[in-house]
Ligand binder design. Structure first.
Ligand SMILES: Nc1ncnc2c1ncn2[C@@H]1O[C@H](COP(=O)(O)OP(=O)(O)OP(=O)(O)O)[C@@H](O)[C@H]1O
Length: 719
C-alpha cells in the first residue's frame, strides 16, 4: 500500500478504531520483545460503514511491519512468508482488504461436512507457507458458518502442529452479524447452540465500533441506519425514520436508470440486466459456451455447435454483452489481482480469432471498477487499465461435457449478497422479495448519503433484524479496551477544571510527525505538552508546526551546548514545550550556572503554580558531565522556590534494568519521586520518566501509545 496513503489512514483512525489498533500493536511489540503474550481473540463488531475494513488495513500493515522482526531470530526462517493472514469468506470481501479467501488460504475442501479432511501431501507446502503466521484476520465474519469456523480451527491446528485453539494463532474476527448471515440458512457464528463446541463463545471478546464513517457527512441518515440495523419484524419504523426513508422512495419510471440497481433475487436481477442491455446498447454480442464432448469414434473432444442445455451449470450457456456494458465476474480468477467473484467491470475490448465456424471470441478486455485494482494488476495481462480474461473450464461430469465459457454476467443490477462491503455514492434499492434478516439493511447502507439512495417498492416490513443476534451480542464477553487510551477515558470522567495534564513524548522529529501529533486522540488533551528530539534547526518556527490552542517554546540542540561544539553540531536532539493558551506561563530561558544540557523550563502561574522542565539526554552524552549539568539545573529550579516541580524527558537511562541508575538516584537525593512504572519504548525499556517534587499532587500517571516513534508518551495529571 502507498505509505503516504497508509499514514493518512492511521491519522484518520477514530478513537475506538485507534484503541483496537494500539491494543493489537502492543501485543505485537510484546511478542517481538520475547514477552510471549497470551493469544488474543477479538471480535470487532460495528454497523455498516463504521470503518471495520479501514481498521483491518491499518492493523494488517502495522502488525506485519512489527512482526517481520520475529522470524529473524529463528534460524533458517524465510522472512518473505506472511506473519499476518488476511482472509474473508467471499472473494470480493477478501479483495476489499487485499486478502484472500479462507478456502484458498487454508486449502479447505468445497464441502465442509465431517469428517475433517487433512491436507495430505500438501501439508508440508502449506506449513512452510504459513510458518511465520502469528495472527489471522477474518473480515465479513457474519458470513462464516460454524462448520467453516471449526474447519479453520482444525486446519490451523494441523498446520501449526499445536493443539491450542486455531493452532496457537491469535484471531481478529471482524464483521456485522446484522448483515448477511452464512449461506444455506446456517446459524450465525455468534448464536450459541448447545451440544456444539463453541469456539466463538469460549474465546472471543467483543469490541464495538460505533462511529459511522461511510455516511459521516450525513449524520441523520447514519443514525437512521443504526436504528434500522436492529429493528425487529414486530417493531414499526419511527415516524422520523419513515419520513426520512420516504424522501428516497421512487418508482421505476423516475429512478436513475444508469445507477446500480440492487435486488433481493437473481430473477429480478436478470430481468433488469437484459432490459438495460437493450436500453443502453445496440451492438449486442452473444457469447455461447464452447462445449466439448468426446467423439465415440475418434475419442477426440469435439466442439458442439450449440451449448448443451439442461442441468445446473456454473458457467452460463450464453452471455449477451456489448462494449461498455456493466458486467460482474462470477468466479475467483485471481483474488490478489481483484478478479474475484463479484468484481464489477465494463467490457472494454472483445478479442476474436478465426476458426472453421467463423469468428470466435477468445478474450474479453475488462475495465475494472475498483480503484485499487489498477495498482495490483501484475501478471494478469493488462494494457492501460484493461485486464484480459479468458474462458474458464467446467466439467459437466455426468454428461461427459467440458464447458469453456467466460465467468461473467451482466451487472446493471446485482443481488444484495454481492454488495456487502461495498461503498457507493448512489444506488437504486428494491425492497421487493427480501427473504432474510439484514438484507434490507445491507442494501440501504451502501450509499454515502440519503440523496444517493433511491428506493423501489418500499415496504417497511422487509426491514428486519434477526432477534437471535441481539440476544447473542448482549451475552458476548465484551472488552472496552479503555486501558489502551487511559487519558481519553480519565479526562472524560475527570470533573476538575483546574487539573493540569502534563505529557512528555520523544517525537523522533517534530517536522515529520506534527501531523501525527495533531491527529492523536490523547496528546491534544495535554495542558503542557513536552516534546524531545524535535530535530528543529534555525530560530524561526514554521506555521506547519503550530498546534491549535497552544503557545510554543523551543530550544534547539545547536544552542544548548556552550562547551561541547561536537554535540552542538550533531543532527537531532532539541526540546519544545507546547502550553495551552489559557495557562499563564513564562519561559525561564537562562538559568544560573546551567549550561550544556538540552532543556526548557517553564513557570506556570495559573490555574496551577508549577515549574515544568523537559530534558533530553542524548545516548552518547557521558554520564558524569551530564549528571553535573543536570544537578546545576535542579539546583536552579530549587532556588526558584516553587513547591511543585515536574521534570520529564528522555534521559536514556533504563529504569527497568538491573544496572545502576545514577540519574534516578540524583533525583531521589533531591526529594523527587518518579511516577512512571511501565516500559516506554518498543524494546520495553523505561527511558522516559516523570520526576515530581510533590507526588501527592499527582492523581493519575501512565504511558500512552503512538505508532510513529520508538518511544511512547508518558503523562501525569496534577490536582
Ligand atoms: N477512520 C476513517 N477515516 C476516514 N474514512 C474512513 C475511516 N474509516 C472508514 N472510512 C471510510 O468509510 C467508508 C466505510 O468504511 P469501511 O468499508 O471500512 O466500513 P465497514 O465497517 O467495513 O463497512 P461494511 O460493514 O459495510 O463492510 C469507506 O469509504 C472508508 O474508506
Amino acid at each position: 500500500m502507498d505509505p503516504t496513503l497508509l499514514l493518512q489512514m492511521y491519522r484518520n483512525l477514530n478513537q475506538k478504531q485507534a484503541s483496537v489498533f494500539y491494543a493489537i500493536r502492543d501485543w505485537c511489540i510484546k511478542r517481538v520483545s520475547g514477552l510471549n503474550p497470551e493469544q488474543f481473540y477479538f471480535y470487532i463488531n460495528g454497523g455498516a460503514g463504521t470503518g471495520k475494513s479501514h481498521l483491518i488495513k491499518c492493523i494488517h500493515a502495522e502488525t506485519s511491519k512489527i512482526l517481520r522482526k520475529l522470524p529473524r531470530n529463528a534460524e533458517e526462517a524465510d522472512i518473505s512468508k506472511p506473519t499476518v493472514l488476511l482472509a474473508a469468506f467471499t472473494g470480493t470481501a477478501a479483495f476489499n482488504i487485499s486478502g484472500t479467501t479462507l478456502h484458498y488460504l487454508l486449502k479447505l475442501p468445497r464441502s465442509l461436512k465431517p469428517p475433517f479432511q487433512g491436507l495430505g501431501n500438501k501439508l508440508d507446502e502449506v506449513r512452510a507457507e504459513l510458518s511465520n503466521a502469528e495472527i489471522l484476520i477474518i473480515d465479513e465474519v457474519s458470513m462464516v458458518s460454524k462448520s467453516l469456523f471449526a474447519y479453520v480451527d482444525a486446519r490451523l491446528k494441523q498446520i501449526k502442529g499445536i493443539q491450542r485453539p486455531f493452532g496457537g494463532m491469535s484471531v481478529l474476527a471482524v464483521g456485522d452479524f446484522y448483515q448477511l448471515p452464512p449461506v444455506r440458512q446456517a446459524k450465525p457464528l455468534c448464536v450459541y447452540e448447545p451440544m456444539q463446541i463453541d469456539l466463538w463463545r469460549d474465546h472471543f471478546q467483543m469490541i464495538t465500533l460505533t462511529e459511522i464513517m461511510r455516511q459521516k457527512d450525513d449524520v441523520t441518515f447514519a443514525e437512521m441506519l443504526n436504528r434500522i440495523r436492529v429493528k425487529e419484524k414486530s417493531d414499526a419504523l419511527s415516524e422520523e425514520d419513515r419520513a426520512l426513508l420516504s424522501q428516497a422512495i421512487t418508482d421505476s419510471e423516475h429512478c436513475p436508470k444508469d445507477t446500480l440497481h440492487i435486488y433481493a433475487t437473481n430473477k429480478q436481477v436478470e430481468k433488469h440486466n437484459s432490459e438495460s442491455l437493450a436500453l443502453f446498447h445496440s451492438d449486442i454480442i452473444r457469447i455461447d459456451a464452447d462445449d466439448y464432448k468426446k467423439d465415440p469414434k475418434t475419442g477426440r473432444m469435439m466442439r458442439q455447435t450449440i451449448p448443451f442445455q439442461g442441468t445446473k451449470k456454473e458457467l452460463p450457456d450464453t452471455i449477451n454483452v456489448a462494449i461498455g456494458a456493466r458486467v460482474m465476474l462470477t468466479r475467483n480468477i485471481s483474488v490478489q489481482s481483484g478478479l474475484c467473484n463479484g468484481t464489477f467491470a465494463k467490457i472494454a475490448k472483445i478479442m476474436t480469432s478465426e476458426n472453421s465456424g467463423g469468428p470466435h471470441i477468445t478474450k474479453l478486455g475488462l475495465e475494472l471498477f475498483n480503484d485499487n485494482v489498477a495498482n495490483k494488476q501484475s501478471n494478469t495481462g493488462t494494457t492501460d487499465n484493461i485486464v484480459f480474461i479468458q474462458r474458464e473450464e467446467e466439467n459437466l461430469k455426468q454428461k461427459g461435457i467440458v464447458r469453456r465459457q467466460f465467468p461473467l454476467k451482466l451487472a446493471f443490477a446485482c443481488t444484495i449478497h454481492k454488495v456487502q462491503g461495498m461503498t457507493n455514492p448512489s444506488a437504486v434499492v428494491s425492497l421487493k422479495h427480501i427473504f432474510e434478516p439484514g438484507m434490507a439493511y445491507v442494501a440501504l447502507s451502501r450509499v454515502t448519503s440519503l440523496s444517493g439512495l433511491h428506493i423501489l417498492e418500499m415496504d417497511e416490513r422487509k426491514i428486519f433484524a434477526n432477534p437471535e443476534i441481539t440476544a447473542a451480542l448482549e451475552n458476548m464477553t465484551k472488552t472496552s479496551l479503555e486501558q489502551v487510551m487511559p487519558l481519553f477515558h480519565i479526562t472524560a470522567s475527570l470533573n476538575r477544571p483546574d487539573a493540569l495534564i502534563v505529557i512528555h513524548h520523544n517525537t523522533e522529529g517534530l517536522p515529520s510527525h506534527i501531523g501525527d501529533i495533531q491527529s492523536h486522540h490523547e496528546l491534544h488533551l495535554a495542558d503542557v505538552l513536552c516534546l524531545t528530539e524535535t530535530h528543529l534547526r534555525g530560530s524561526l518556527v514554521g506555521e506547519s508546526l503550530h498546534l491549535e490552542g497552544y503557545n510554543m517554546f523551543k530550544r534547539n540542540r545547536n544552542v544548548s551546548y556552550a562547551n561541547y561544539p561536537h554535540m552542538a553540531n550533531k543532527d537531532g536532539g532539541g526540546v519544545a514545550v507546547y502550553v495551552k493558551n489559557h495557562i499563564q506561563v513564562h519561559e525561564k530561558r537562562y538559568l544560573h550556572n546551567t549550561t550544556d544540557i538540552e532543556f526548557i523550563v517553564i513557570k506556570a502561574d495559573g490555574p496551577i503554580n508549577a515549574l515544568i522542565a523537559a530534558v533530553y539526554r542524548p545516548p552518547d552524552y557521558r554520564i558524569h558531565p551530564f549528571l553535573s549539568n543536570l544537578q546545576s539545573l535542579l539546583e536552579s529550579l530549587e532556588i526558584m522556590d516553587h513547591h511543585l516541580i515536574i521534570v520529564c524527558g528522555d534521559f536514556n537511562e533504563d529504569l527497568l534494568s538491573k544496572s545502576s541508575k545514577p540519574i534516578l538516584e540524583l533525583f531521589q537525593s533531591k526529594g523527587y519521586t518518579q511516577l512512571i512504572t511501565t516500559a516506554t519504548t518498543d524494546k520495553k525499556t523505561l527511558l522516559d520518566p516523570i520526576f515530581i517534587s510533590q507526588p501527592q499532587r499527582c492523581v493519575h500517571s501512565g504511558v500512552l501509545h503512538t505508532y510513529y516513534s520508538y518511544h511512547n508518551p508518558v503523562y501525569c495529571i496534577i490536582d
